[in-house]
Design a protein around this ligand. Structure first.
Ligand SMILES: Cc1cc2nc3c(=O)[nH]c(=O)nc-3n(C[C@H](O)[C@H](O)[C@H](O)COP(=O)(O)OP(=O)(O)OC[C@H]3O[C@@H](n4cnc5c(N)ncnc54)[C@H](O)[C@@H]3O)c2cc1C
Length: 452
């Protein structure tokens, strides 16, 4: 490798990392002086808006992931888990595994786009026993779990145990929670046809949300519409309700009093018996960021108006792991794929400007609208300045998100999955898989890390 070649390293192959790589490829793809590198744990981009549909078996697992090597062809890709970022030495170190050596990669410019992970707010029992909805593995695990409990419930004679098998608790009334609850209900009602003893009335899907409304950030009327539609479908939505523990059998909840100034003080405790709790109540930046040398606030990297880390020129942070305040609300922007991609575009522009001595751009964000689907071919959308709900919003959701899938074969596969779902019942074959693994600290086989 030529010594004077400058290396831009992108950490993370999510929405922000991939968009940044694609923009940088368009600037530097044919420039022999610049090398583009991406490091990510998975070798694919996960299309999260369709994750609940994988959990409900509507879309096949591999159809919502795009291999990085197929979408960022001019970027050198390393599959690995990042252990440490050293912004003084300009080194990124990867964990070794039982099979491969850990090593370090030097960079000249860095884009940190490591996203976020599920936040359990320190509740270890919830973390141990809950299902989550963040990764592809989570969606596959949940689908199998749902089928497994239907199998158990079908032949269970103890009514209490049977009820707890057929009770599904979704914690979190945001995007992920509401879409998961809607899809879950669709799946359960469809799958139920194969289980003669399970009636519609036996199935309970409960959404718990600590705030006084669901889908915060959405237009209030649309959020209310979603709530009413979901209640009509039999989904029990409990607002001002916080989870305090879950042991795998019982979830303890605390209803927050709306009249008290400090609602956490005066509250009522209750218990729901369930074998399946799906936790979608929040995200937090990944540990790699939290233990890094970057200045953080609530775990997110603090960046300036150009999305650059102030103490380390040439280092940018974008997406869920970066802290960028909305000047209108004085709060951080909600973590979305749309925001992540918008930031990635500006970071790539500014990197190009930095290298070519051009003028950098400030990041300014205006949302292009929001959409969610809530089950039974119903959606809500703020689209082109209009608030739309019902079947039309669901149709818009499908069109917009299908158009966002970059690989033509995946687009067709998703489209076919949707078409098949119109004609046939969902597949209820359960695949035996392991539960998600907690973070492991692998031993590095080689004591002296290689520097690439
Ligand atoms: C179920 C669900 C539904 C959603 N629906 C929508 C929606 O409809 N619209 C919308 O705008 N947003 C939606 N979101 C939010 C959206 O997915 C995120 O805001 C977006 O993915 C953020 O992009 P990112 O690139 O910052 O992070 P991510 O997409 O999370 O990417 C981070 C990447 O970094 C990698 N990584 C993390 N740690 C390490 C490490 N230590 N070593 C190596 N690699 C690492 C990860 O593997 C991943 O590839 C949804 C999220 C979920 C979970």
């Amino acid at each position: 490798m030529a010594r004077n070649k400058k290396k831009i390293v992108i950490l993370g192959g999510g929405f922000a990392g991939v968009e940044c790589a694609r923009q940088l490829e368009s600037h530097f793809g044919n420039n022999s002086e610049i090398e583009l590198v991406m490091i990510s744990e998975d070798n694919f981009l996960l299309f999260t808006p369709m994750l609940p549909q994988v959990a409900s078996g509507m879309i096949e697992t591999r159809h919502i992931v795009m291999p990085i090597r197929a979408i960022c062809k001019k970027t050198k890709f390393y599959e690995g888990r990042i252990k440490n970022i050293d912004p003084f030495g300009k080194l990124v170190t990867l964990w070794g595994t039982s099979e491969k050596r850990g090593f370090s990669i030097h960079y000249d410019y860095l884009v940190v786009a490591l996203g976020s992970e599920t936040n359990f707010f320190g509740m270890a029992d919830v973390e141990k026993n809950a299902y989550t909805m963040k990764t592809l593995n989570d969606a596959v695990m949940l689908r199998n779990r749902v089928i497994d409990v239907l199998e158990q419930a079908e032949n269970e004679t103890d009514p209490i145990l049977r009820n707890s098998f057929l009770t599904f608790v979704v914690v979190g009334g945001g995007f992920a929670g509401i879409e998961t609850a809607g899809e879950l209900m669709d799946f359960l009602l469809d799958a139920r046809k194969h289980y003669p003893t399970i009636r519609k009335g036996n199935i309970r899907v409960i959404v718990l949300e600590a705030l006084p409304m669901i889908l915060p950030g959405f237009n209030e009327k649309l959020a209310e519409f979603s709530k009413q539609k979901m209640i009509e479908r039999g989904i029990d939505i409990r607002l001002r309700t916080a989870v305090t523990s879950f042991d795998g059998t019982e979830v303890t909840i605390k209803s927050l009093d709306e009249n008290t100034k400090d609602p956490m003080n005066e509250s009522k405790i209750d218990v729901i018996r369930t074998k399946t709790l799906i936790w979608t109540a929040g995200v937090t930046p990944v540990n790699t960021i939290k233990r890094s040398m970057f200045k953080t606030d609530k775990g997110k990297v603090i960046v300036n108006d150009f999305l650059e880390v102030p103490e380390f020129p040439g280092v940018f942070a974008v997406g869920d792991c970066a802290l960028f305040m909305d000047s209108k609300t004085n709060r951080p922007f909600a973590p979305t794929a749309q925001l992540a991609e918008a930031q990635a575009k500006i970071a790539a522009h500014n990197l190009h400007a930095l290298i070519k001595n051009l003028e950098k751009k400030k990041f300014e964000y205006r949302s292009r609208g929001q959409m969610a689907i809530i089950g039974k071919r119903t959606g809500i959308a703020t689209f082109l300045g209009m608030n739309i709900s019902g079947f039309l919003a669901w149709l818009i959701w499908r069109n917009v998100y299908l158009s966002k899938i970059t690989l033509p074969d995946k687009k067709i596969r998703v489209f076919l999955d949707w078409a098949i779902d119109l004609l046939f019942d969902r597949d209820i074959s359960r695949l035996k898989l392991m539960k998600r693994e907690t973070e492991k600290e692998y031993k590095v086989l080689d004591e002296v890390d290689d520097v690439w």
